[in-house]
Design a protein. Structure first.
Length: 70
């Protein structure tokens, strides 16, 4: 993803969740996805799909059962 796309995704997520602590970072070995953090805690991955002449982004977040106990 381009730096402009990464910045747009970060801005969107910060507005959507009203949380300025969200950070979107480029992945080292992958070009079709970015990592999402809240402060320094990894929370998920956003994948870019540009098939059928339409660009979409998919956010995937895994939640461990142990995380629900906090």
């Amino acid at each position: 993803m381009t730096p402009e796309e990464i910045k747009s995704l970060e801005t969107y997520l910060r507005k959507k969740f009203a949380l300025d602590a969200i950070v979107v970072r480029k992945r080292h070995k992958k070009q079709d996805s970015v990592e999402v953090f809240v402060k320094e805690e990894f929370i998920g991955v956003i994948y870019k799909d540009d098939e059928d002449n339409e660009v979409t982004y998919q956010f995937q977040m895994a939640i461990l059962e142990d995380d629900l106990k906090d």
